[in-house]
Design a protein around this ligand. Structure first.
Ligand code: GCU
Length: 358
């Protein structure tokens, strides 16, 4: 094992709870154990509330969207449970030149379709579709568990220790969008992906971990509780994130404040739930809070699972330049100069990687 991983004293992902060594054949069993650990200790489990999903296309723009190169569909999704109903929208942008199209599902921060910060035209030109939804429309980004979809899971607004937090709810919404997209003949079901930046990168990883219909998963500067290893992190620590944003996670996660070494997992467990599907992690060199080295080492640590499953891990590099692209494995990694931001350079690299791997 690489010294940098040895020195972090990571828990062994390839040992079953009962000590047996994991093989390719027994990986599905180990995967269930890993998922259970992360459900209990990190993002939490959503209560099993029976629901019905209805969706319809509220608006279609077929002729003029992006100068006629694409089409836009505004989808209204309504979730109904015994506790009430909640509606949120998804904005599906599809390229006309590729049919069926590979599509990225992406949560965004704002309430509107963020065409001002997301290079939709370039993404369409690359031959990809993009389906955006606004996380505040799903449930607010705060401790209010009566807001939006959260209120359908927690009718009294209260959660217990291992109940799912906001990340689990945003990720659940991505899966409901997948339900709708997978009925559309112009969406390629073998090339549905999930992507997100920062807290929504953590969300994309969780969506991909929980829902294997996402064939490719992309984390952009997801950092702590995302792709970055928690043990010996040089950036944000468990105590910082659970102090500022306790509502993103299961309450249980906060018990690891200043006790990362006691965690029965590290973030490579989260990445392992995505194996053997293509996984892409990208960092910004100046985004020290997200710990770019920790993100790369997360990729290196998960590579043993990809290799066990007959895939290729990330390339092992002694040092990572500020501008660096490692696309040879099924775990891809890149780093670009600059700060915390979902830049068009990230998009170019993501599209190049997914085009090659899917
Ligand atoms: C904060 C938080 C990070 C998070 C980021 C974001 O900086 O500490 O963990 O990724 O917000 O979502 O922008």
């Amino acid at each position: 094992m690489d010294d940098r991983l040895m020195n972090r004293h990571l828990p062994d992902m390839l040992a079953m709870k009962d000590g047996r060594r994991v093989t390719a054949n027994s990986w599905p069993e180990r995967r269930r154990e890993v998922a259970e650990i992360l459900c209990n200790e990190l993002n939490g489990i959503l209560p099993d509330v029976p629901y019905a999903l209805d969706w319809n296309v509220e608006k279609t723009e077929d002729h003029f969207f992006m100068g006629g190169k694409g089409c836009l569909r505004v989808i209204r999704l309504t979730v109904r449970t015994q506790h009430g109903e909640h509606t949120f929208r998804a904005y599906l942008c599809l390229p006309k030149a590729v049919n069926p199209a590979p599509v990225f599902v992406m949560a965004s921060f704002g309430r509107m379709m963020p065409v001002d910060t997301i290079p939709v035209e370039e993404i369409l030109d690359e031959g990809f579709g993009l389906c955006m939804y606004a996380c505040p429309e799903v449930t607010s980004d705060d401790g209010d568990f009566s807001s939006g979809l959260a209120g359908l899971f927690y009718p009294d607004g209260e959660r217990t220790e291992h109940d799912g937090g906001k990340i689990a709810i945003w990720a659940w919404a991505a899966s409901r969008i997948a339900d709708a997209l997978l009925t559309m003949p112009d969406v390629d079901p073998g090339k549905l992906m999930v992507v997100g930046h920062s807290r929504l990168g953590k969300t994309a990883l969780w969506a991909g971990a929980m829902d294997t219909r996402f064939q490719g998963v992309v984390s952009v500067q997801s950092g702590c509780a995302g792709a970055s290893l928690a043990r010996y992190s040089a950036g944000e620590r468990v105590g910082n994130i659970t102090g500022n944003f306790p509502f993103w996670f299961a309450k249980a996660y906060a018990q690891y404040t200043d006790r990362e070494s006691a965690m029965p997992f590290d973030q490579h467990y989260l990445l392992a739930l995505i194996a053997p599907r293509p996984l892409y992690v990208t960092s910004a060199a100046g985004d020290l809070w997200a710990d770019p080295l920790g993100e790369y080492l997360g990729c290196l640590a998960v590579s043993e699972v990809y290799e066990l499953l007959g895939k290729k891990g990330v390339r092992n590099e002694d040092s990572i330049a500020d501008d660096c692209v490692l696309h040879d494995g099924d775990v891809g990694y890149s780093r670009r100069p600059g700060n915390h931001f979902f830049s068009r350079m990230d998009w170019q690299r993501i599209c190049a990687f997914m085009r090659e791997k899917l």
